[in-house]
Ligand binder design. Structure first.
Ligand SMILES: [Ca+2]
Length: 454
């Protein structure tokens, strides 16, 4: 924090009655009013049924994700804004439909999050927060698009591609090398464990000031790799499923370590934690989406409806369930509201502050409709209980309350409703941008280039 920001932050703390906490410390009243720490945990390609606080098969056990739900609010109608990794992250970090700025596909991560966009980390950093991203970045490779240029003070992880080898952490190229801040490093270990260790260290190092920890695990994304001591704990009869469950267990343990660290450092009560999966479970990885239809890369529920938990012990109810439809775009306005920060007035935000809904202070619907679009041949709109889907030009209509598995296409029975939803979608689609163009030169994967970065 530079001096100006430090002074501004101190002023805000004092205004909030938190001066005593900031200056010396530890009265519970002051702490209660202090700006919360923020921990944003994103899992990757996790199945909707691969969390034991949701309906799940017997072999699934995620006690630490369950701890989040036990002390927070579990959402049952929560969506990622895309059915693949990178667009969801672009929307997550901006609070805007990523399509507004032309970010439609995983491939758009090669161009990166447009520099005209202001990130959640940019705004929290201005608010005096220490910021870190530990994990999978996936919204830009070129130097100006990297985490330390997008509001983060610290970075450990990889910049590009959806997948990363969990054991080979040696320097390779700009996409897959492990970076520590701006430099690629030769690392060892198992990636999920490393992310946990770095996350714990970040919390411990920032115990005396508000922090924003963005922790996008690459687990449980392909490739199927886990330490043998984890794999041998499972025996489902399918070796690949056993490895997936081992990856999940390692991530769940990591979340447990984050929770234990918050408790140990006294930050537990006043830390807002949001957890969700960046898209639906992937078929390739043997993820289990339970009763939801289809998988990642589909606008059926199995591609976009995700486990989603919000926990903030001092400010939110504990052990409750919320059925309100929300979307990952809501994360940014929610976090900024909790932090006492504002959205930028110069642009349209699509995400909404979820806190009143989570506290059951309102029965008003948060979103009139939610929209999904890959810029190619799939789109969907969810409005209330209804969902209209277009796949390769064919329209399907489902009543999600009666038919969560999307088995009864009502398109021919409800032509008026279909038309209304189509109009709603068309109106939204007209506001979205053209796909972002590719840069003329992709980053070269050469040793020369790597040596320049050092
Ligand atoms: Ca993903």
């Amino acid at each position: 924090m530079d001096n100006l920001n430090r002074r501004l932050f101190l002023k805000k703390c004092l205004a909030a009655g938190a001066g005593a906490f900031w200056l010396s410390g530890h009265t519970s009243a002051a702490r209660k009013n202090a700006p919360p720490n923020i921990v944003l945990i994103v899992s990757d390609d996790q199945g909707y049924a691969d969390v034991s606080c949701y309906d799940h098969p017997q072999e699934v056990s995620t006690p630490n994700i369950d701890r989040l739900a036990r002390h927070g609010v579990r959402l049952t109608n929560a969506y990622a804004s895309a059915y693949v990794c990178a667009p969801t992250r672009a929307g997550l970090l901006t609070g805007r439909y990523q399509q507004r700025f032309g970010f439609y596909t995983g491939g758009d991560s090669r161009t990166g999050l447009p520099l005209s966009e202001v990130t959640l980390a940019d705004l929290l950093k201005k608010q005096g927060y220490a910021t870190a991203v530990i994990g999978k970045w996936h919204v830009g490779i070129q130097p100006d698009y990297r985490p330390l240029k997008r509001g983060f003070d610290e970075f450990y992880g990889f910049l590009g591609h959806g997948a990363h080898d969990y054991f080979n952490l040696r320097i390779t190229d700009d996409y897959t090398s492990i970076y520590r801040n701006e430099k690629p490093i030769n690392d060892t270990g198992y990636l999920t464990r490393n992310l946990t260790r770095r996350a714990v260290s970040f919390i411990e190092r920032h115990r005396s000031r508000p922090f924003f920890l963005y922790l996008p695990f690459s687990a449980v994304h392909w490739p199927l790799q886990a330490p043998p001591e984890y794999i041998k704990r499972f025996n489902t009869g399918n070796k690949d499923r056993d490895i997936y469950l081992a990856m999940l267990e390692c991530m769940d343990e990591g979340i447990g370590e984050v929770l234990d660290t918050l408790k140990r450092t006294g930050a537990d009560d006043n830390t807002l934690i949001i957890f969700f999966s960046d898209n639906g479970g992937a078929k390739r990885n043997l993820a289990d989406n339970g009763i939801l239809r289809d998988y990642k890369q589909s606008v059926y529920e199995g591609g976009i409806r995700v486990p989603f938990i919000v926990r903030w012990p001092s400010k939110l109810p504990k052990g409750t369930v919320c059925d309100e439809p929300v979307i990952s775009l809501d994360v940014m306005p929610t976090i900024l509201s909790a932090a006492g920060a504002s959205l930028r007035p110069d642009r349209v935000y699509d995400g909404k502050n979820m806190l009143p809904v989570l506290r059951r202070e309102t029965k008003k619907t948060l979103h009139k409709a939610l929209f999904f679009c890959d810029g190619a041949d799939q789109w969907a709109v969810r409005a209330g209980k209804w969902k209209l889907i277009s796949r390769k030009g064919s329209l399907e209509l489902y009543n999600l309350v009666l038919d969560i598995s999307e088995t009864k296409n009502l398109a021919s029975k409800e032509p008026d409703l279909l038309r209304q939803l189509k109009e709603l979608y068309d109106k939204w689609r007209a506001q979205m941008g053209e796909p972002i163009s590719r840069p003329k030169k992709q980053t070269k994967k050469t040793k020369k280039n790597r040596s320049k970065q050092k």
